[in-house]
Design a protein. Structure first.
Length: 121
C-alpha cells in the first residue's frame, strides 16, 4: 500500500510530498507492528527531507514528538510534529478511535522494547 506524505521542515516556506510503502495491509486490518512501520516511515521521510544523506536504516524510537489523528476528507490522517518539522500521512480508511488506539499501543510497546534507546527519534 502506498501512503501519501506531506512534509514541512521548520523554517521552510513550502511543503514537499513523498510516497512510502512500509505496509501491505489496508488500514482497517493494521496491527501495532503495521502502525509502527508507518510511523517509522514517516519519521525517516522527514529526516531525509532535511538530511538527504541520512542512512535509511538508522534506528528509530517512537518518542520525542507529538502526534494526532484527525479526520480529513474520506478518512483520517496521522500528523507528527517534531522540532525538525511536521509530516502528515493519509488519509486512511479507518475509524479515528481505532487508529488512535493502535498508535497508543504501538508507542507503549516501543517504550517497553527500547526503554533507554539512543535512536534518532
Amino acid at each position: 500500500m502506498y501512503i501519501h506524505l506531506d512534509i514541512w521542515l521548520r523554517g521552510e516556506n513550502h511543503a514537499t510530498t513523498e510516497l512510502i510503502s512500509p505496509v501491505h495491509a489496508e488500514p482497517r486490518a493494521w496491527t501495532e507492528a503495521d502502525v509502527t512501520a508507518v510511523i517509522v516511515g514517516m519519521l525517516r521521510a522527514l529526516e531525509r527531507a532535511k538530511f538527504p544523506e541520512a542512512s535509511s536504516d538508522r534506528p528509530v524510537s517512537l518518542r520525542g514528538f507529538s502526534w494526532i489523528v484527525n479526520r480529513f476528507d474520506s478518512g483520517v490522517v496521522i500528523a507528527l510534529e517534531l522540532s525538525l518539522g511536521a509530516v502528515v500521512a493519509g488519509p486512511f480508511d479507518i475509524a479515528e478511535d481505532d487508529l488512535n488506539a493502535l498508535i497508543e499501543r504501538a508507542m507503549v510497546a516501543d517504550r517497553v522494547t527500547h526503554p533507554m534507546s539512543k535512536a534518532v527519534h
